[in-house]
Structure formats: C-alpha cells, structure tokens
Design a protein around this ligand. Sequence first.
Ligand code: ATP
Ligand code: MG
Length: 393
Amino acid sequence: MEFQSFLIKYAEIGVKGKNRYIFEDKLVSQIVRALRQVDGEFEVWKTSGRIYVDAKSEYDFDEVIDALKHVFGIVGICPLLQIEDQGFEDLCRKVVSYIDKRYPDKKMTFKVVARRARKNYPVDSNYINAKLGEAILMAFPEIRVNVHNPDIYVNVEIREQINIYTEVIPGPGGMPLGTNGKAMLLLSGGIDSPVAGYMISKRGVSLDAVYFHAPPYTSDRAKQKVVDLARQVSRYSGPIHLHVVNFTDIQLYIYEQCPHDELTIIMRRYMMKIAEHLAKENGCLALITGESIGQVASQTMQSLTVTNEVCTIPVMRPVIAFDKQDIVDIAEKIGTYETSIQPYEDCCTIFVAKHPVTKPNLNVIRGSELKLQEKIDELMEAALSSIETICIE
Ligand code: ATP
Ligand code: MG
C-alpha cells in the first residue's frame, strides 16, 4: 500500500509559547535534511500545530521511516490517507477500503477516534465514531470493536482535508537540533561516549567532537573507529567537526615526570583543558563525556572531582548514573555498539598503571603537575596547532 503523506507528531515543542514557531521551523528543516538522504522528492510543510511530509515522487517506505526515526523532536510518524471532503458516505467508503487493503487478514479489534478540527463539518465527532464504526463492522464481520484496548485506532481528523491514519510509528523524541546550541563531545572509541553524545544531542544540542590520538601507540585503525562512531552519531546529531589531537608527546612527558599511579588522572586533566580550549574556540557551551560513577579508577567520585577541577565550562555527563548494561542497550539501539566493541587500543589504556589512584587528592595532583612546568605549555601549544579537523556529514 502506497502512502502519499505522513503526519509528524511532536510533543514537547508544542508547549513553547511564542517560541513555538522557531522550534517547529527547526523541526521542519531537520526533516528536510534527513529526507535529502532518501531517494525521491518530498515536500515538508506545517500548518496549525501539524507537520506533514508529502511524497512528490516514488519512494521507498522503509527508507523514509528510517530517516524520520533519526530526527530528534519527532515522537510519532503516521502514514496518512488524505482525502477531500466529499460527504460522510464517501468518507466511510474510503475508510472501509483503506482497512481492507492495509489489514488483509482482519484479525483485530479497533476503535474509531474522530476529531473535528473544522467545525462546519455537518456531523460531529460522536456521530462519526458511531457511524463509521458501524460501517466498518458491516463491511468486515470478523473485526470487533474494543473501546478500552483496541489493536488499532482508526483516527479521523476533519480539517480542510480529511486525515485518516491507523499507525503511529515511534520517533526518537527529544527536541529539534539547533534549538539548544552546541557542545564539545570527548569521543573515544569506547561504548560510553557515543551514547553520551547521542543523549545530549537528543535535547536539541549540536555536536563537535574531540579525539585524543597517541600515534604510534594508537593505530590509524583506532582513529578510523572513532571517525566511524562520529558518523553513526551524526545520523542523529547532524554534521560533526571531529578534532583529532595528537596527544603522544604530552602523554610521554607526563609518564616521564609524574608518579605512574597518577598518570591517568593527570592525563585526563590535560584532556579536559584541551577540550575546553577547543570548545571555546568553536562556539561550544559545554563539554560532554561518557563518564559513569565508579566504572573505572578514573571515575570514582574523587577522581571525577579532581578531573572536573580544571574546567570552567559545564561538563555534561549524561550516563553518570547508568549501569553499563543500560548504556549498552542505548548503544545497540542507536547502532554504535558493534563499532565500539572492535578491539583497538585506546590512549587511556596504553600507559595505564597496575594500581592507579582511586582517591586522588587535589593538592597532591597539583604538586605532581608542578613537575611538568618546564615543557607542558610548549607541548600543549604544539598539540593545539597540529589538530586535524575532519568534517563528518
Ligand atoms: P568510553 O566507553 O566512552 O571510552 P570509558 O568507560 O572507556 O569510556 P574512560 O576511558 O575513562 O572511560 O574515558 C572516560 C571518558 O573520557 C570517555 O567517555 C570520553 O568521553 C573521554 N575520553 C577517554 N579517552 C578519550 C580519547 N582518547 N579521546 C577523547 N575522549 C576520550
Ligand atoms: Mg574509553
């Protein structure tokens, strides 16, 4: 069965008062962007609290639904039968024929839900519910009504045209991209950070990303894995500028100068400093990490506090209270899991101590960092001036 149109349902953005049109316009432009990746021509338009996608050519149904499922702000996608108002009898006939085609085996219960948005339609919604229900029962004796828990709702909206739909395919929810500024994601090759980026982006935040690369200790394949992850996240978040920082010399210098059990924590403080610098340079208002309390030594409450201390902009840690399995579930849903578990080395694990501190003391760490005074500024500058930026569309 071919649908010419889709009704797009959105929730939260409906309640933003005077700003509402801004949110709706962003959602429309994000839908347009998503559909550009699909074969076919589409028109996306809005009218009084409704957004429609009209197909203007042949298209692949599954491709369109898949594209729309990646657009934040959409809560439901309803394949739509749109008809002209040619009287109530005609409406009944067309709904019956629609059900016949859409549900060939008819093993189901239903309920009609009519809404009369155009008040000059000659019959009211109660009448439509009752009479259309009757017409369906007469046409298909095997179908039953169930007003409390039907298998399908036959939705009928009387507007200038009449919208009929029985399916609401869930969208990702959230808020349209571009409604909440931009943040810098610290993207490693692991499971957690892509999920963290997805979660913040879901609230309408665009993303830039930074990856700390340590060649030759980390390979080109490890870097490619991060590029692949950024691409997967960008299907939701829109284009990402991925900044690849060569972190090797800084890491080696810390390794030479500082106690090895403090290496990870000191290294993480320098990562955050560089990420914050890049964030400010690129108009990002916050950092995002995939940290989760207690997951590893560098993520105890004490470690997180010491790491956080170098930052002056907010650090968002959306998976902070998640169990690993909860994070894995999201990674699987958004399609990053398979890439994340590919076995490539990470710069955090290369020089890792056997017994890293789990309760670092800020003053002790600062004391150790004094041993870096001679060369660290120079090395930071070198790292910042040799960044490779990859544009991921
Ligand atoms: P992930 O699964 O995201 O790699 P993790 O459980 O391995 O996280 P860590 O290695 O301690 O945890 O890293 C914590 C967070 O620090 C990551 O979620 C990520 O945001 C950031 N991070 C770690 N390594 C890098 C890296 N090489 N480049 C960029 N960010 C990194
Ligand atoms: Mg990691």
